[in-house]
Design a protein around this ligand. Sequence first.
Ligand code: ADP
Length: 452
Amino acid sequence: MKRFTSIKTRITIWYTALMLVLISFVLTVVGTLSYQISIDNIENDVKLQVSEVAQKVGMRHSREIFHQVDSNEEFKNVSIYFETGEYVVGQYLYDVSSIPFSMEKLRRENVGGEEYIVYDIFKPSRPGDNRGYWIRGAESVNYAKVLGNSVFFIILIVIPLILLLTALGGYYITKKAFMPVNNIIKTANEISAQSDIKQRIKINPDSKQDELHNLAITLNHMLDKIENLIKQEKQFTSDASHELRTPISVILAQGEYLLDISKDEKEKELAQTIVDKSKQVSKLISRLLLLARIDQNRQKFNREKVDLGVIIDVAVDSMKKLAAQKDILIFSNVPEGTIIDADESLLLSAITNLISNGIKYGKESGHVSVSASKVGNNTEIVIADNGVGISTEHIDKIWTRFYRVDDVRNDDYGSNGLGLSMVKSIVELHGGTITVHSVLGEGTEFRIIMKN
Ligand code: ADP
């Protein structure tokens, strides 16, 4: 299954991740450098303290320096020992006293698992004398690490905060920038849901003239063109059907006349074909004209209170002859006084069409039922048969103009694939809806809901 992730979210995730990498990199470099610098500082400090003390030991004010080493913050890393290693004074006593002395060698020593920076100077009592004092400076390397760790903890709090702000800020900005895309999607959805090509993408004149703004304008131009093309196509269908209507009536009339005056069988057969095919074309033209008029909002629509029972009776009566040919029974069940607001002749032709389909696609000795009932404020009309049914592969396409499930099968009835699109247009013109439910081999049920 494909997960839906909006571009906004993807951009936000992408640059937040990038920020995370970038900040982590910068902070690692900064962290490493600052650790190195603090180690250097400690080393210099230890060396300086030791050298300073060593200079003063053995001089006239020796006592004073001993006192300072013992208590001054300035010499907190220094201790003084006899040449034997015995402790004399100093604040830094712990662990480091066990490390062997080594003259003026700045080094790292490990005591009890802890690392120390150590520096020693031996100050003889008299030049060349073996006796004297060792001055030792020491500091734990951990001290630098502790400093580093506190920086690390600050980073640990700061990074998520920066990232959160970046993500929120970035998401807000991209959301605003993508606003026109939402308008485009909304309009496209409305166009496809309502089949209303007149809708246009709303463009805010104050919005920035960026690529998305231009895209919206371009799409609106494209919609103008498509709307025009559809208009022209409708006009063409309407004009062509109109132009064909008169010649086909003449052919039909002359065919019927020919049928009347024909004496031999062959002539009669030919005339009959002319009459049948002319009727077929005439029916096709009437449907095309009706559809074109509804599309162009030019269809006369005479809405009035009509008795549904009467309309259904008329439709059933007109189909009885066709039904008898296949021994199909038509039942109707409409409660008396079922009145609805509708155009009588349009509704009649829609219901007749559905009954005629029920017969055309019905089984020999089958049945078609027509029923109506009030459901709340609506009126439901159900036309059902126990015929061949429609497979799921075709069911969504049956409303498409000129769509026929099986060309050969339907040709016997002069089918043209316009019946259901006409029915749908008529129902929708009334503000109603039509749905179909069908099981292949078992039958089909059309349900019209008229809002009254
Ligand atoms: P047609 O003129 O071919 O009957 P329609 O628009 O009335 O055109 O129907 C379209 C297609 O839907 C038909 O070709 C047919 O296959 C299928 N169809 C319509 N009504 C029924 C029905 N009651 N039972 C089975 N199939 C049907």
